[in-house]
Design a protein around this ligand. Structure first.
Ligand code: CIR
Length: 256
């Protein structure tokens, strides 16, 4: 069960952030509206949220997930792989210190984005991506071991369709792993109950279990229906403006 979340309001220069997709320019009014609905959804799921002010120094800073890995046993501050995002960790540190007084850290030359880290019970999958390097994953694996968790790496560097590991997989509890079709045959997922997402709904593979609900992006009826049929309670959220900047549901909050 999560009790808390940290979010950051998108800045007016949100459209100056990084993106690898060509879905058009985000509409700032809609960005704010979708973000507000996301925050309301977290509250509906029972979370108390810390809302940080927009930070115009970092256009991508609403994607707070990339700055930390928070576990029940302790926190790790990351070192984001994109140069323009490195300072986001200093910016969020005070908010994290309120809940985790002695976070561990990822040090240079390690880089690591929280979006590459998928918790699946007591095991963590660490994505090697164009943001998270082997050194970063190695440091995190040692920190997680010290906190009592196992981990293993999954290399997604050759997958041009995803930015982070969690763009393609989401653990939604009770041994259930939502996984995009292209990754479903990974032997590391063999012991999980796989919920496959077809090529036409790949973006929806980034969903988030928050207590009794599963946050799912709007516009992906097959996954939504599949989750319902399996007894989950999807909470559907418009994400169009964040998708334009390579962002998914998980990136918009740190949950703990
Ligand atoms: C970036 O490229 O860093 C941002 N525009 C999107 C980050 C998305 N974060 C995530 O999936 N955890």
């Amino acid at each position: 069960m999560f009790k808390n979340a940290i979010v950051r309001i998108p800045g007016s220069n949100f459209d100056a952030g990084l993106t690898s997709v060509s879905l058009g320019r985000p509409d700032f009014e809609r960005v704010l509206q979708q973000h507000a609905q996301y925050c309301e959804a977290l509250i509906e799921c029972g979370l108390t949220i810390t809302t940080l002010d927009a930070d115009l120094r970092f256009p991508d800073s609403t994607f707070v997930e990339d700055t930390a890995v928070l576990t029940p046993n302790g926190a790790v501050l990351t070192r984001p792989g994109a140069a323009s995002r490195e300072g986001e960790v200093d910016a969020i540190r005070p908010a994290i210190l309120n809940y985790f007084p002695s976070p561990l850290t990822i040090e240079a030359p390690g880089t690591l984005d929280g979006g590459d880290i998928c918790e699946a019970g007591d095991h963590f999958f660490l994505g090697l991506s164009h943001r998270t390097n082997e050194e970063g994953a190695h440091q995190l694996a040692a920190h997680l071991a010290a906190l009592g968790y196992t981990s293993s790496t999954i290399d997604v560097r050759a997958m041009t369709s995803i930015l982070h590991l969690k763009s393609g997989i989401s653990y939604i509890g009770d041994n259930n792993l939502v996984v995009m079709e292209e990754m479903a045959d990974n032997p590391q997922f063999r012991s999980f109950n796989l919920i496959q997402v077809g090529l036409d709904e790949s973006y929806a593979a980034n969903c988030v279990r928050v207590n009794e609900r599963v946050l799912v992006a709007a516009g992906f009826p097959k996954l939504t229906a599949d989750l319902q049929a399996r007894g989950f309670d999807p909470l559907v959220l418009e994400m169009s403006e964040f998708q334009k900047m390579d962002g998914g549901l998980s990136c918009l909050s740190l949950r703990f």
